[in-house]
Design a protein around this ligand. Sequence first.
Ligand SMILES: O=C(O)CCC(=O)C(=O)O
Length: 228
Amino acid sequence: MGLQAVEAGLLLQFLESFSMVDLFDTVPGGRVDLNGAVIWPRQLDRDAQLTMLEDLRAVANAAPFKQYKTPGGHKMSVRMTAAGDVGWVTDRAGYRYSPRHKDGGDWPDIPTSILKVWRLVSGVERDPDSCLVNFYGEGAKMNLHQDKDEADHQWPVVSISLGDPGLFRVGGDARSDRTKSRWLMSGDVAVLAGDARLAFHGIDRIKFGESDLLPNGGRINVTLRVAQ
Ligand SMILES: O=C(O)CCC(=O)C(=O)O
């Protein structure tokens, strides 16, 4: 690699660590607007994060993490499980919500520690009926996509980050729309609602091992939705 490429890489790292969008997109209440997605930075303190982690261990014991394949046959890099009446799954048969996990049992209930976050930030009376849990190990990412397997898109999507930082990218309703990015930190909460409900979004990469919340590193994302 030439010297200029090394310098450009270092400059990029510097700008990313500075999180430039903060300077321009902070809205009242300390929230951040990222192309219409609202981010509540550091909503959960360390104790709340540890409690949620403990609750998620119980979820994963009842419904173990699996590495799903897309309908096209590609193995996803994240591992997933779920809680609630229905859980999001994918395989050759397609993307869908299923009342049973891959080992055949019902999904466990959504832990109260997680429901509390929805009730605080969603702005709606109805509780979610589905809670997807994504685990990002080293090198895992999630490509740009829309959340549109739910029956009614008027309900918001609420997503909680735990562990290593994840670079969140949000665009518009078309895949080709301009995107903005921000590192989601442990304890951050993001909401996709209203005009941003169907925004394309994804996680470009994580900074594996930067947080000590998970003993072996990695990032957990908890995504709450009204699916049915
Ligand atoms: O990991 C994240 O923060 C985003 C997850 C996500 O987009 C999804 O599960 O649909």
